[in-house]
Design a protein around this ligand. Structure first.
Ligand code: FES
Length: 73
């Protein structure tokens, strides 16, 4: 059983559904997994996940990816 406080559980659940690349419907866990597997740049994440290839060409998702690479998200 998960003994984490309720607020931590809610935060984890929200992250599961948090969009990173809105154009391609790519959510936080997929990008986090790419980073955990060794992606170290936006290009690495893009190659692994498909982020940045949507209609905005990364305008919306690149800042989020950069924050995730910096460990801020
Ligand atoms: S949000 Fe990622 S390409 Fe548009």
């Amino acid at each position: 059983m998960d003994d984490a406080p309720v607020s931590e559980k809610h935060a984890r659940i929200l992250l599961k559904y948090k969009p990173v690349c809105i154009c391609n419907a790519i959510k936080h866990p997929r990008v986090a997994e790419a980073i955990a597997r060794g992606a170290r740049s936006v290009e690495d994440v893009a190659r692994e996940t498909g982020c940045t290839s949507g209609s905005c060409h990364g305008e919306r998702c690149v800042p989020v990816i950069l924050e995730m690479l910096d460990g801020k998200r």
